[in-house]
Design a protein around this ligand. Sequence first.
Ligand SMILES: [Fe+2]
Length: 353
Amino acid sequence: MVFESVRTDRGCVSYLIGCTRTSAAIVVDPELSQVDRYLAIAAQQGLRIRYLLDTHTHADHFSGVRPLARRTGALSVMHQLSPAPFVDLRVEDGETILVGELRLHVVHTPGHTRDSICLIAPGHLLTGDTLLLGATGRTDLPTGDAEALYESLFGRLLGLDGLLRVHPAHNYKNLPPTTLDEQKATNPRLKPRDPAAFVAMMRGLSLEMPEHLTEALRTNQTGGKTVAQIIDEAAQHIPFMTMQELRRRIESGAPGIAVLDVREADAYAAGHVPGAIHLPRGQLELRADAVFPDPTVRILAYCEFGKISTIAAATLRTMGFRGAIALDGGIRAWKEAGFPLEPTESTRPPSRS
Ligand SMILES: [Fe+2]
């Protein structure tokens, strides 16, 4: 059996488990930023990824299941209560997933979320966010339930073989894995107490809301794309120009490219790249033909930070403007570098704020 863990800087942990006899593999809780890494590990180990499993609906990071499924053809697996419409294989408590000759047993452990599951692999227990090393998952996010978590921990997990090694979906302090027995002896949340005391303890935790909570729930529940994914995909389809190159061209008096400011009117009026044409992103598709009657024209789009202009340039390319590119950076950095603006500081009307 191959058992590899991949940990991100933010403490998310995912696992690639492979059957060496058949070369089939599963990735548990893949994280969006690590998609190439799982593919690289599978290739290095001679494994073919067959299944992609989320132990629950993640609220604090972006699942890599959808992009990995597109690239591998693997099936996505979640508990039957998962709200995600794209799940191929919905599993329930007591069922077994066959990964080649490996058998992974599903234990439904609601509490952190309603759709949380743990997986028992030979010698290993993948606990998702139900049981962490020295802690448990929180129960104050959507579908969380402290009473259900009590039952999942004390009624289910602690009854399993104590020699199983515990592998959670988060390991913020990069602690080494321990056995279930060791967790039972040392994890303060597993101290024997009655359900009411456990619920009171969980409700008394005052935890900050995760960053990107709504974006993570939106993308993980629907299979939609993150904002960063949309920008990254646009960036893959266009070239860029550095600020230094654009400045050199402007100062030469013959830039050889139409400079397009896609910000809102007041931002444009407050100072723009000399000679820039104004066409806000919101009107781009509707007015592009009027502004650029020649589709072969070279166009350089820019915005405040360089993100919206990336999408704008990619949109122009899909419309047939094959010479559309974006500024590498935004006008914020342009200003900070002391590069020329129009109108100049002295001729600019006073700002409205
Ligand atoms: Fe979670």
